[in-house]
Design a protein around this ligand. Structure first.
Ligand code: GDD
Ligand code: GTP
Length: 427
């Protein structure tokens, strides 16, 4: 059988997602009408043989409770649970720590998904390649520009056999523009021994593997090593740095290259392109959730059933309107996310922006960002030689006065903007 794991990290991560992550954990932020993690979960739920899914992270126990309750109602044939790491154990450390739960029922393979990516998750194609090649691991890859590649894990592959020849996490010099999408399928028999080997190697030569950024973790490592129980060390083990290169040596590691959309969701601004991509996907699959196109609705647009949108407001493309939001007459919204309980007064204009929970935008105000080139994988732009935010973000309960213009700004929660502002972080 097959299981799946969604890696969500914890509250010390997602700092680049501020100010939005101040009010909701990043995996639960709504894009295209659903929490980021739900897009991952729905893709998993489409694979009939998967009956058990784990969310692994170090957020508080309560964080995913409602999401799990709702998802279990919608997909009763799948058991979904949250496994909490007591501290950040790393992308492979968490898998290893919870190996008993994962291995229960003897699944022969399992998917691992980074929660912070947006893509079509072609899991069925990964399964097919896995079977065809009798693989130990399959990684999802995508091509990006040469400039962007070094921000990701880079894969060198044999174009003919699709075998992974080399894997280097965030290399300093260019090695490939085929990058790791953060979606894997592993054979249980290959992965866990490989993690065990990485742990052993580290025990033998600990200094070579100490990470300077995690002092406290390092000291707990030495404590654990002193215990000499060999396996239960509180040390960060990363799939990317400690495991994938080894798997490439094993020669049974393959890449499925997707030509579909793929984007990382790191900065708060990246929620806007992710929203657009998931809305387009829903539109292509003729999802009934989307608003019906009309003269004033340029698809794709998602409007929550509890939102109030004046018929003279013009929305779209790529707009999501959250629960109980109120959109007044003559408003224009394009390429934006309007969150729960926000209000946009008459004739205001919102472009390439995120309007936070409970925020209010005055009449004839303009809140705008700047589009980034498709596939740039960037959420900042250069304006007059200075790097600025491309998407304008208003945190929770912000106010923008009537006729005020806000351009390329990030605005922390509870701020009132009474004058025009541009290219600023408003704290
Ligand atoms: N449970 C758990 N525990 N999850 C973690 C931990 C941890 O200690 N650390 C990170 N994660 C989760 C994050 O929430 C995210 O979903 C995923 O693991 C990877 O996060 P990072 O470790 O921050 O890596 P990255 O996003 O910079 O790069 C990874 O993803 C890229 C694709 O988006 C790498 O796998 C790259 O190679 C890859 O290109
Ligand atoms: P539309 O699609 O009709 O808006 O025209 P367009 O494609 O030429 O403009 P686009 O959608 O690219 O950009 C939106 C622009 O439309 C903004 O700069 C607004 O100034 C303007 N706009 C159009 N209709 C309205 C409206 O009803 N209210 C407000 N406030 N602005 C509007």
């Amino acid at each position: 059988s097959t299981k799946a794991v969604i890696l969500v990290g914890g509250p010390s991560r997602g700092t680049r997602f501020r100010p939005l992550s101040l009010d909701v954990p990043k995996p639960l932020f709504d894009v295209a009408g659903h929490p980021i993690i739900e897009h991952c979960f729905r893709a998993i739920a489409k694979i009939p043989e998967i009956k058990e899914v784990f969310i692994i992270g170090y957020y508080d126990e309560t964080v995913f409770r409602d999401f799990i309750k709702d998802s279990s109602k919608s997909f009763p044939h799948i058991r979904l649970s949250y496994l909490r790491e007591y501290t950040a154990l790393g992308t492979a450390g968490g898998l290893y720590h919870f190996r008993d739960a994962i291995l229960k029922g003897k699944p022969d393979r399992f998917f691992v998904l980074n929660a912070d990516v947006c893509c079509s998750f072609p899991l069925d194609q990964m399964l097919k390649l896995f079977e065809e090649k009798n693989a130990e691991a399959v990684i999802l890859g995508t091509r990006v520009s040469n400039e962007a590649a070094s921000n990701f894990g880079c894969i060198v592959t044999d174009a003919h056999t699709k075998r992974v020849l080399h894997y280097v996490e965030k290399p300093e010099s260019h090695i490939s523009n085929l990058i790791n999408c953060g979606v894997y399928l592993f054979s249980t028999e290959a992965l866990f021994p490989s993690i065990r080997t990485a742990i052993k190697r580290r025990t033998e030569r600990p200094r070579l593997y100490s990470y300077p950024s995690s002092d406290n973790l390092e000291s707990s490592f030495y404590e654990a090593a002193a215990d000499d129980d060999g396996e239960e060390q509180n040390e960060v083990i990363r799939l990317e740095q400690d495991i994938l290169a080894d798997l490439a040596d094993s020669r049974q590691f393959f890449v499925l290259e997707t030509k579909d959309f793929w984007r990382q969701i790191k900065t708060a601004g990246s929620a806007v392109p992710a929203n657009a991509l998931y809305l387009m996907k829903a539109f292509q699959s003729q999802s009934e959730e989307l608003a019906t196109p009309s003269a004033n609705i340029i698809p794709p647009v998602f409007i929550h059933p509890t939102a109030t949108v004046d018929p003279t407001a013009k929305l779209g493309p790529n707009v999501s309107i959250g629960p109980r939001a109120v959109i007044g007459p003559g408003v224009r919204v394009k390429e934006s996310i309007v969150l729960e309980d926000a209000e946009i007064k008459h004739d205001a204009c919102v472009l390439y922006s995120i309007v936070g929970w409970n925020s209010r935008i005055g009449a004839w105000a303009r809140v705008e960002g700047t589009p980034t080139p498709v596939n740039s994988h960037q959420t900042s732009i250069v304006k007059n030689g200075v790097k600025v935010q491309s998407v304008t973000i208003l945190g929770k309960e912000c106010g923008v006065g009537d006729e005020v213009r806000v351009q390329n700004c990030v605005c922390l929660p509870y701020k009132e903007l009474k004058r025009d502002v541009a290219n600023e972080v408003i704290m």
